[in-house]
Design a binder for this molecule. Structure first.
Ligand code: PLP
Length: 379
């Protein structure tokens, strides 16, 4: 029989598109009357723009946010009717590229606003755009004085079709952080200047901060992909990305033996070990290497959590399966590294990073399996 890609890859990344759609529907319900969009920048946080964007469209999502015009071009090819915002703004000299693909820049400066308005005059119509005002993260966007200067520039304003006023929260995942209320107040001042224009402030965590943050359009990213938008309470989202490594070899080591490069892990008792075919080339952070006898990193195998032992190698990693009944784990048995039992936030914290980085750095060597697609799921 012809082997499947999973049979040959060692590590398998399954992307559950039904869970993705359910996550979007849940956020859409939470947003109430506001529209629920989706941040799909970075190849949909590493999970694959084509299946992710199509699934979100099927679920009812109509407004999409990417970072780069190049990402916008790819998304336009997938979703001819979607509203597509480019969060990095208008790249110098590229207005025609945006206009031809109906990409809406989220303008971040007077210079960009003038370029977009001037191009619209040549093009023969006012082109849609968002205006991104910085309310305290101090990353991208107009400062409040710059925004006021834009509003006072009647000629430029007359050349723009402003469809969205937006800003971005710095600390939405820390509900009690005082910057949240300061940014909300600053955004209210922004909205008061152009009250007829739709407004958007909330990312995933912002949606959970309550009604005062939701406005007209929300822009969740990580929560769609299963990240916990409410870090202090249980994750309300479904796991979307499931990374598994298959057992290649089982071995027993005696007390005093070491495992892996650098001999950093030493057995304190006779230990049964499984070697998984998943390493840092597959997107398993090397920082998941054990720092103490019991982890901190774990994988989920045959219903139990087992600690990672020794260093993560390029192609493999070791786990301690002494707690499992003998002969239960076999060659080819799969262990979950991230998924429904080992959450992406938990795994990321073991590696000293965040779920966003863990997802966007998932490698390319494992087999990718999309479940919930019309076709057979292989991509
Ligand atoms: C990435 C991004 C989002 C989505 O953020 P999440 O925390 O992933 O929900 C929303 N808005 C802007 C401006 C972004 O850059």
């Amino acid at each position: 029989m012809t082997p499947t890609p999973e049979d040959l890859a060692g590590a398998v990344l399954t992307i559950a598109l039904v869970a993705l759609k359910n996550n979007w529907r849940r956020l859409n319900a939470l947003a109430g009357k506001a529209e629920c969009g989706a941040a799909v920048k970075g190849n949909a946080y590493g999970l694959g723009i084509a299946p992710v964007a199509k699934s979100l469209w099927e679920a009812g999502c109509r407004s999409f946010f990417v970072a780069r015009p190049k990402e916008g071009e790819e998304l336009r090819g997938l979703l001819p009717e979607a509203t597509i915002y480019i969060l990095d703004g208008l790249f110098a000299g590229q207005a025609e590229f945006y206009a031809k693909l109906a990409l809406c820049p989220a303008l971040i400066s007077i210079e960009e606003a003038r370029e977009w308005a001037a191009f619209g005059r040549v093009y023969g119509r006012k082109l849609p755009c968002a205006i991104h005002v910085d309310t305290g993260i101090n990353r991208l966007g107009f400062s409040m004085p710059e925004f006021e200067a834009l509003l006072a520039d009647n000629f430029t304003m007359a050349g723009l079709n402003v469809t969205l006023l937006m800003s971005h929260l710095a600390c939405a995942d820390e509900p009690s952080h005082p910057l949240n209320l300061r940014q909300r107040a600053a955004f209210a001042a922004v909205r008061a200047k152009l009250p007829e224009v739709a407004a958007s402030l909330a990312n995933s965590s912002g949606i959970f901060l309550g009604g005062g943050f939701v406005h007209d359009l929300v822009r969740p990213g990580i929560a769609l992909y299963g990240g916990n938008p409410t870090p202090n309470v249980a994750n309300p989202m479904h796991a979307v990305a499931i990374l598994e490594g298959a057992v290649m070899q089982l071995r027993e080591v005696a007390a005093g033996d070491t495992v892996g490069y650098g001999a950093t892990w030493k057995a304190t008792r006779p230990t049964r070990i499984a070697v998984l075919g998943a390493g840092y080339k597959d997107g398993v952070p090397r920082a998941l290497s054990s720092r103490e006898p019991g982890g901190p990193a774990q994988v989920f195998i045959n219903g139990r959590r087992c600690p990672v032992i020794g260093r993560i190698s390029m192609d493999m990693m070791g786990i301690d399966i002494t707690c499992l009944p003998e002969d239960e784990v076999k060659r080819g048995t799969r262990a979950e590294l991230i998924g429904r039992h080992i959450g992406i936030d938990e795994a990321a914290s073991w590696a000293g990073t965040i779920s966003y980085e863990l997802l966007t750095r998932l490698g390319s060597r494992y087999a990718r399996l999309y479940t919930g697609l019309e076709s057979d799921g292989r991509a």
